[in-house]
Design a protein around this ligand. Structure first.
Ligand code: SIN
Length: 283
């Protein structure tokens, strides 16, 4: 892995996934040459992190638009006057956090999101880290036999069990944070192994949050193999862990990584702004 690059200081934070990028102020109009280095780091490391950034909501949106069209989230409460920005919030009196399981955002869409940018506004004194896992590493370390089997398979993904009415009714704690249960009507089928549209690398594309089962298999038949893949994909050596400070930013590639927001800060507030970038059909 590359340790640093010409214009920016790029430091991988683990062996498989994630790099911190220093030496850039994201509220500036980043010159094309620097932006293309950031793009390469995003492709290479799967998730990139920035520190000590002070962005207004307008500047968050301007930075996000440089990557593509913004997906207006159907389920999350939005920041007042900025529908492009979803709030990822946990108040001191709330027990459940958002994203507290392994998942990749929007795999329930037929054209899943390219990635999500998370801006830290208020973070607990300690805890509230996010863990990321590389789906390149997960795929590349499977046996040739299992790779061959998975290559021909597709999987069904859904938002219903996460954001739909059955879940919304059960969880008072998310009222005000997760909305529009009736909009949870997206199901999608994607290949189990995708070729990343920009890097050309193969990645495992099932996830514990939204995958229901393999196409043509029942959910029960799918479960043992999915469980095997989930345990494999979250081996510690495929992961990195990011500790947030106010002004930290993470931008993850939903086609190449999973993430998990750790819920270990009860009684404290954590407020993040999330902007999700539209993606394309996966092959
Ligand atoms: C998410 O899953 O989008 C939220 C991640 C986090 O809050 O760390």
């Amino acid at each position: 892995m590359k340790l640093s690059s010409g214009l920016l200081d790029i430091k991988p934070i683990s062996g498989a996934v994630g790099a911190e990028i220093h030496g850039v102020d994201l509220k500036d109009n980043i010159p094309e040459e620097q932006f293309s280095e950031i793009k390469s780091a995003f492709g290479e490391y799967g998730v990139i992190f920035f520190r000590d950034q002070k962005l207004t909501p307008e500047q968050e949106i301007t930075f996000a638009r440089r990557w593509g069209e913004i997906n207006i989230n159907r389920f999350f409460t939005k920041v007042d006057d900025y529908p492009e920005i979803a709030m990822v919030l946990k108040e001191p009196n709330q027990k459940k956090n958002i994203g507290g399981n392994w998942h990749t955002d929007h795999s329930y869409d037929t054209e899943p999101a390219l990635g999500s940018i998370l801006f830290a506004h208020e973070v607990p004194k300690s805890g509230g880290d996010t863990v990321f896992a590389s789906m390149y590493s997960a795929y590349e370390t499977l046996s040739d036999g299992l790779k061959g089997t998975l290559e021909g398979m597709s999987a069904r993904h859904s938002s219903r069990h996460v954001f739909g009415p059955s879940r919304a009714e059960k969880e008072d704690d998310t009222v005000g944070r997760i909305k529009n249960a009736e909009a949870a009507n997206q199901d999608a089928v994607h290949p189990v192994v995708i070729t990343h549209p920009e890097t050309g690398r193969k990645a495992l594309y099932v996830n514990p949050g939204f995958t229901l089962g393999f196409e043509g298999w029942t959910d029960a038949e799918s479960q043992p193999l999915l469980e095997y893949l989930y345990a494999h994909a979250t081996r510690p050596e495929f992961t990195c862990r990011f500790d947030w400070k106010p002004g930290s930013i993470a931008f993850w590639d939903n086609r190449a990584t999973w993430h998990f927001a750790i819920n270990d800060y009860h009684g404290e507030k954590r407020l993040m702004h999330r902007i999700t970038i539209e993606g394309s059909k996966l092959h």
